[in-house]
Design a protein around this ligand. Structure first.
Ligand code: D5M
Ligand code: FE
Ligand code: ZN
Length: 486
């Protein structure tokens, strides 16, 4: 009845669990089980039967349980489908998916367990399209054999004999993965807490790795739409270092006041402006911040922000996301601004959380402020603040916006891990690091759209050189860079 699962493969899968199966039992199984669920069903059967050779009778005796199990899987799938549709809010050709109004976590131990389970489920599902994992608990029976495993990275350490050891955990156990030569370098770039696949050979209690596999994004064509989208970030309204003159030049350009004909024509195409967070400088974000503030009151900072965004032509929709300087919880995912602040802005401003999936007349943009980029740039020596889009590639490879839990990126343990990149966007837009760079990775356009704040005293101390006043403009699959700063 069901096509697609090879008899030999079924026999091998049972062998992985330490069981033999009779050929006619394989036939019964194939007739009754959806190939998509075969792995789950096999581990389920292995838990239920007592004999080491599985007979047709054994299969028949568990058929009802299997049917029930498959129904549960189908129901769960239906539920997640409707959930995704429900959470997309619609507004004039714009669809939004974020945490706003959906936060459920209280930060208890159970929340953390559920959060990491969700991360593991979502990411291992992506990996299972390419590899067939053996449960880690079954590895001890497979000494000398080649295996594929999927797990969450607990830790990575370098050893003295030119290798690295990755401690990998799945729901059934923990294993040490030994990475040598080229794989060692790859292993040392792991951040911890990401979900990866490993292909390798079992040697005693270890796996000697042949390949490390990231969930990654599939290759796709660049999205082409004939409207313009402006990407900016980190306006830091209210800061003494906010660059008013450069901002005015940007506003003038959007209003058609530009002498260069080509650049002026580009402004006419613009239908959306996206801001990737740190709208205002905030208050109490770091010690002695008052000294750096032109506007001391947070409410007044947002009033000023609203005033400045109101200078953008009315026909342009503004998508406003939040960052770590905004008046909202710090832990990611962050909901959109609270109502008292949202109400200050005009109707063409659409407030979204961080991260947020936003679909603009078909163009899929994933907005993420970018706090995890600090951790990634610090951890991987080949990356730098001058080329933040290269750090953004690491997010796509891991299909996660904040792979490393904790450090400088606090995460709220929601029941569902909303930082997983479950949908591959056309554009990934970040800010936070205050530098500008753009790139393309497997057809996904990467933009880090710098800032409107010049170097602060604090940034001078930590040797952070911002590139303010840079704007990325999407049009027809390409990105133009406009500089409103000397
Ligand atoms: O962050 C702007 C940039 O400054 C970003 O790359 C992080 C960096 N930054 C901010 N705070 C710190 C601390 N405490 N140590 C090191 N680097 C930091 P923004 O979110 O605009 O403040
Ligand atoms: Fe910022
Ligand atoms: Zn920031």
């Amino acid at each position: 009845m069901h096509q697609g699962v090879d008899n030999k493969l079924i026999v091998a899968k049972f062998a992985m669990h330490g069981y033999n199966i009779h050929p006619s039992a394989v036939e019964i199984l194939k007739k009754n089980v959806n190939p998509q669920n075969i792995d789950f069903v096999i581990s389920h059967i292995c838990k239920l039967v007592n004999s080491f050779i599985i007979t047709p009778d054994d299969i028949v005796s568990v058929l009802d349980t299997i049917k029930e199990f498959e129904k549960k899987v189908r129901d769960a799938e239906k539920k997640t489908k409707t959930k995704v549709e429900e959470v997309y809010k619609h507004s004039e050709g714009i669809k939004i998916r974020d945490i706003t109004g959906r936060s459920s976590c209280e930060g208890s131990i159970e929340d953390f367990v559920a959060y990491f389970n969700s991360r593991f489920e979502k990411l291992s599902k992506i990996l299972r399209k390419r590899i067939r994992p053996t449960p880690i608990s079954a590895l001890h029976r497979l000494n000398g054999e080649q295996v594929e495993v999927v797990g969450i990275v607990n830790s990575v350490r370098e050893t003295q004999n030119n290798s690295a050891i990755i401690e990998l955990e799945d729901k059934t156990g923990i294993v040490n993965v030994v990475a040598t030569d080229r794989l060692k370098d790859q292993a040392l770039e792991l951040l911890g807490d990401e979900v990866i696949g490993v292909i390798g050979t079992v040697r005693g209690r270890n796996i000697i790795a042949d390949r490390i596999i990231f969930p990654d994004v599939p290759m796709k064509d660049r999205a082409k739409f004939d409207f313009g989208v402006v990407f900016i970030s980190d306006t830091h309204f209210g800061s003494k270092e906010f660059l008013q003159k450069e901002w005015n030049m940007f506003i003038n350009w959007l209003n058609g006041e530009c002498e260069e004909k080509k650049v002026a024509e580009l402004a006419e195409k613009v239908r959306y402006v996206i801001v990737a967070g740190d709208i205002v400088d905030g208050v109490g974000i770091y010690p002695d911040q008052e000294k750096d503030l032109a506007i001391l009151d947070i409410y007044k900072q947002y009033e000023f922000a609203a005033e400045q965004l109101d200078r953008i032509p009315e026909n342009i929709k503004i998508i406003l996301s939040v960052g770590n300087h905004d008046a909202i919880r710090q832990a990611e995912p962050q909901p959109a601004l609270p109502k008292e602040y949202r109400d200050l802005f005009s109707k063409n401003v659409i407030h979204v959380g961080n991260p947020a999936y936003v679909e603009l007349n078909g163009l899929k943009v994933l907005i993420y402020h970018g706090r995890s980029l600090d951790d990634i740039i610090t951890r991987i020596p080949r990356l730098s603040y001058d080329r933040p889009h290269e750090a953004m590639i690491e997010l796509l490879k891991r299909r996660h916006l904040s792979p490393r839990y904790g450090e400088r990126s606090p995460i709220a343990p929601e029941k569902e891990d909303l930082l997983v990149i479950d949908e591959v966007p056309d554009i990934l837009h970040c800010g936070h690091v205050h530098t500008y760079s753009v790139g393309v990775y497997r057809g996904v356009i990467l933009i880090n759209s710098s800032t409107w704040q010049s170097q602060t005293e604090f940034q001078k101390k930590v040797n952070l050189n911002p590139m303010p006043g840079n704007v990325a403009v999407y049009y027809n699959g390409g990105i133009a860079r406009l500089r409103f700063c000397n």
